[in-house]
Design a protein around this ligand. Structure first.
Ligand code: PAF
Length: 285
């Protein structure tokens, strides 16, 4: 694996790979890699000749009250894990490399960005879309891999790629979970021991909701209420949202069907955790 730190060097490398007709899998991350990220790298490796993994803690997607300054980082460990999982090129640009000037351009994917995560974090998706657009422009024609844990982010990026005619196939990969079902997230390190065991109630609640739906419940409000009641039993959990939406448009649904996605966001201590599932299929734990 080779580490690259400048866009120019990455572009030159990609140009050479193109001449040799190598297909490219791109895995954008903010580092502090866990098995969820590594599963993206492994899938990208299976489906492409070359894997480019990127690590950049993107300030554009953090609001002032969020955890940019304390976002966990461990570049030595990440380098080893990325290499072992099959990364060929690790792109680790500095802030100055990505933004030599003040950023004046912002990409806004309207409608699907405004609710759910966007309601609590109004500038978040423009920050994500802008940095991902930059990576798509640097790498060009490729397949790009994102985790389904960030379901809304995945829809925003898919939509941006279509709307802006990127020659990038955006692929969503299944959520990777810990042994008790908690979705892996770099932010799980913020949890104390007690909070970590309470966090297992997030996937447990999704399972309960899925059981209701499996047993015939089709009313989103009844499922939503049951989820909220379940969360109320966990004193450490502060609910941000629970919604049943059309998985693609992210519009609130009035009837549960095969397109329905249940999305939840909660705060436990300082950690904001999200999870989701297809309402009919369940969280696959
Ligand atoms: O999902 C993430 O880690 C980030 O939002 C992404 C896609 C790497 C953009 O900074």
């Amino acid at each position: 694996m080779k580490t690259i730190t400048t866009s120019k060097q990455l572009q030159q490398t990609i140009d050479e790979l193109r001449i040799r007709r190598r297909s490219i899998g791109l895995v954008p991350t903010m580092g502090f890699l866990h098995d969820g990220h590594l599963s993206l790298v492994r899938t990208a490796k299976l489906e492409n000749d070359i894997v480019v993994t990127t690590i950049f803690v993107n300030p554009l997607q953090f609001s002032e009250s969020e955890d940019l300054a304390t976002y966990p980082q461990d570049i030595e460990r990440d380098t080893q894990l990325a290499s072992e999982a099959g990364t060929d090129f690790l792109f680790t640009p500095t802030h100055e490399e990505m933004f030599s000037e003040n950023v004046l351009t912002s990409i806004s994917v309207t409608e699907i960005s405004s609710a759910l995560e966007g309601a609590s974090r109004p500038t978040h998706f423009a920050g994500v879309a802008t940095i991902v657009a930059k990576l798509f422009n640097i790498v060009g024609n490729c397949s790009a891999y994102f985790g389904e844990k960030d379901w809304q982010q995945l829809q925003v990026i898919k939509r941006m790629a279509i709307d802006l005619s990127y020659r990038v196939e955006v692929k969503g990969c299944p959520i990777v979970r810990d042994s008790d079902g908690l979705a892996l997230s770099s932010r799980n390190v913020y949890l104390t021991k007690n909070q970590r065991s309470e966090a297992a109630n997030i996937p447990k609640t999704l399972i309960k909701a899925h059981e209701m739906i499996r047993d015939g419940e089709r009313g989103p409000n009844n499922v939503k209420q049951a989820v909220l009641t379940h969360f109320e039993r966990s004193p450490e959990i502060e609910v941000d949202y629970v919604e049943l939406v059309n998985g693609e448009t992210l519009q609130v649904t009035d009837q549960i069907d095969e397109r329905t996605r249940l999305l939840v966001a909660v705060k436990i201590g300082t950690a904001r955790l999200i999870d989701n599932m297809n309402a009919l299929k369940g969280p696959s734990i």
